[in-house]
Structures are given as C-alpha cells and as structure tokens.
Design a protein around this ligand. Structure first.
Ligand code: FAD
Length: 369
C-alpha cells in the first residue's frame, strides 16, 4: 500500500514514520516540512492541564500519548541515529498570587483524583527547585511524569527515520486531491505533476480543508488559532525543567532546551491566517513572564515566531477515514499536537492497515461531523 501524506508537520511525519514501521510505502509532500506550527511550538508535554477538565476522552488520549512518549522516542532515536530532544524531567506549575494558587490547588486535586503522581510544593520549595522564580511565587505543583520535547529536533529525527526506512519527504506543495470513480487516487502538485497512491492522508494543519478537489462535506473546517513564542538563550542553565506559571490569571511558560535556549510562550489570538510576529504580543509575553522569572530580562534574544494552531469545529483531533474511500485525515490537534504526536502516529498507521480506529481514538473519528 502506497500512502501519500499531505503535510510534513509533526502529525504528518509521525504518521509517516509509524506507517513505514508497519510495512507501508510512504511519500510525504510539504513545501516546508516541519516549518509551520511545529517549528514555533514549545513542546511542553503536560498530560493533564486545565483545558481538559471536561474533556475526559481527550484526556485519555493525552495520557496514552504521555505513556507512549519514552518508547516512541527510544525507537525513533535508534532508527534515526539522531537525538529527539525529549526530556522526562517533570513540569513545574507555579502560582504568582493567592488567587492563582487557589486555581492551581483545584488543578492539583483534579490531577490527584486521576491518579497522577503530582506533588504540592510550598513557595520555598518552588524556589529551591527553580532559584530563578520571583519572591512573590506563592506555591506550585510538580508533575514528575511529564516533560518536554524540542519539536524541531523531534521533526529532524522523524525525517531521518523516514528516510532510513525507505520513505520519501518531498518539498512539494499539493494543490488538489485527485478523485477517480468514488475514491481518492492521489494528489496534484503545484508544478502540475501528480503523485498517485492507494491512500491519501491530509495532515496539512490549518490548510487541511483548503485543498482543491475535496468533495463537499468530507473535510471539516480547521480553524487557525494564532500563537507566538520567543526564543532566548542562557549562558548557564536557567531552569531545571519546563515551568508554567499562572500570573494574575494569565498562563505563561518557559521551556529550557538542552542546547541552552529557553522558549517563552505563548499567546492565544484569533487573527485568522495572520502569522505576523507583533511587538505587542511578544512584549506582553515577556512582561508577564518577567513577573515570574525576573532573570529572563538578562537572557540573549534569539528570535520569535508565530504560527497557527489547527482547531477543528469541536476543538478535538480529527483522525482516520473520511466518507471518501481512500482519504484519511490527521488534523485538528490545536494546542497539543506535539503532545499527541506519538499516539496519532500509531492510530493513523492502525487505521491505514485495518480500516478502523483503535478504541482510544474512536471518539475522534473524521466522520463524526
Ligand atoms: C505558539 C504555539 C505554541 C505551541 N506549544 C505547544 C506545546 O507546548 N505542546 C504541544 O503539544 N503543542 C503545542 N502547540 C501546538 C502544535 O504546534 C500543533 O498542534 C502541531 O504542530 C500541529 O501539527 P500539524 O502537523 O498538524 O500542523 P503543522 O505543524 O502546521 O504542519 C502542517 C504542515 O502542512 C504543510 N502544508 C500546508 N499546506 C500544504 C499543501 N498544500 N501541500 C503540502 N503541504 C502543506 C505545511 O507546510 C506544514 O508543514 C503550539 C502551537 C503554537 C502555535
């Protein structure tokens, strides 16, 4: 079976690699592989955050992906011969004021009920763990099973692994889906060429529903949600682990990379397909984060990025077969696509081979709309 994957962000690449491992033939098409949301993302991997309070099914998918990450990365690094940039050294969440602490305590109780190994930390212990934290930090919680991954390093490893297993990643833009009879037969490229396949997977982030040739009603609209992050560099290790903070109700984070970079984020903006890095967006992010970590003002400014998170109509991932024979979707991962990459890769390979989604992914069927 030859699988044509449109989009080489983390979701398309994870799908490609797991499909190759399962014995399929794969071609990934993307003018700028791993260059959009995947390149801008922080790569925090907190399995149970406040956005999942009333999302039990999505929470289950997140936990499955968290538990899958270590073995996914170990196998990937072995195949690729490259590091994947994964760290399972916990995520620290801290509160700035008393009201923030009350919110965090609510999160901790919810996580304890889920059986997470979460630890409550007083203000002093937070600062002992992370000496850069401001005096005003009022307390926090540590999730030792969580971690982070550098999405750019992860993507480079995925591309290498795809190559080593005989797959292809081609720098091509797809313009249209080719439909023959009543099934997907391949895609047309911007240069007029065609790539034919037995299955087509659309994993093109916020552009998934915008290809030409899609039959009406088959692919739900994937809405863009803009986010900006800032990249800083520290001479000496600045943070031991990813640290999220609630500052007067605003959530920010700083994620240290193994190479000394510190990623600060993220904004959440409704700006359509606009991905301009703005002075206001970056300025506000840095101002809030400086309340929490005053020392970031001294770090080197490396750059900033903006991208669109892909959001489905109900805010949940969109996975597996569509109503058009041979056409599958892997999109709509919103703000947690890096976190969900391992489970998505497995689920999509399973769907390609068996024609069905595994149990954990059934609620996210592409045919639910
Ligand atoms: C500021 C920010 C911070 C984030 N932080 C985190 C985080 O800490 N943890 C987390 O889990 N997630 C995070 N995310 C979310 C995460 O980045 C996304 O969920 C994830 O990258 C989605 O991956 P994707 O492959 O679906 O989309 P993308 O990464 O956007 O990839 C889509 C790909 O499709 C390609 N494409 C588009 N059109 C075509 C075409 N016509 N032909 C061929 N290819 C095409 C694009 O070039 C692109 O490479 C963050 C996102 C943002 C913006």
């Amino acid at each position: 079976m030859h699988v044509v994957i449109v989009g080489g962000g983390v979701i398309g690449l994870a799908t490609a690699w797991r499909s190759l491992v399962a014995g399929l033939t794969v071609t990934v098409l993307d003018p700028e592989p791993a260059g959009k949301a995947t390149a801008v993302a922080a790569g925090m991997l907190p399995a149970g955050n406040e956005n999942l309070y009333d999302q039990e099914l999505l929470l289950r998918l997140c936990i499955a992906s968290r538990d899958r990450y270590p073995s996914f990365v170990a196998e990937l690094e072995e195949t690729a011969g490259l590091p994947a940039g994964y760290r399972r050294d916990g995520v620290l969440e801290v509160a700035y004021g008393e009201a923030d602490l009350a919110v965090l305590n609510g999160l901790r109780r919810w996580q304890e009920n889920l059986g997470f190994a979460v630890e409550a930390l007083d203000a002093e212990e937070c600062r002992r763990q992370e000496p850069q934290l401001a005096e005003r930090v009022s307390g926090g919680l540590l999730n030792p099973d969580d971690g982070s991954v550098d999405p750019r390093t992860l993507s480079a490893a995925l591309i290498a692994a795809i190559g080593r297993l005989g797959g292809t990643v081609r720098a091509e833009r797809v313009t249209d889906l080719l439909v023959e009879g009543d099934r997907a037969a391949g895609v047309r490229l911007a240069d007029g060429g065609e790539v034919r396949g037995d299955r087509v997977v659309l994993a093109a982030g916020v552009w998934t529903h915008r290809l030409g040739g899609l039959p009406t009603g088959i692919v739900p609209e994937i809405k863009p949600q803009k986010g900006q992050t800032v990249r800083l560099r520290a001479e000496r290790p600045f943070l031991a682990r990813t640290t999220r903070g609630l500052v007067n109700g605003r959530s920010v984070f700083a994620a240290p990379r193994l190479d000394g970079e510190v990623i600060v984020g993220a904004t959440h903006e409704s700006r359509g397909y606009d991905t301009t890095v703005t002075a206001g967006g970056i300025g506000e992010l840095l101002d809030i984060t400086r309340e929490l970590l005053p020392g970031i003002g001294e770090l080197e400014f490396v750059g900033a990025g903006a991208a669109s998170r892909p959001g489905s109509p109900d805010g949940l991932p969109v996975l597996g077969h569509t109503a058009l024979e041979g056409l599958l979707l892997a999109s709509g991962h919103g703000r947690i696509g890096i976190q969900l990459a391992p489970v998505t890769g497995d689920v999509m390979a399973h769907a390609l081979i068996s024609g069905e989604l595994p149990e954990v992914a059934k609620p996210f069927s592409a045919q639910r709309f």
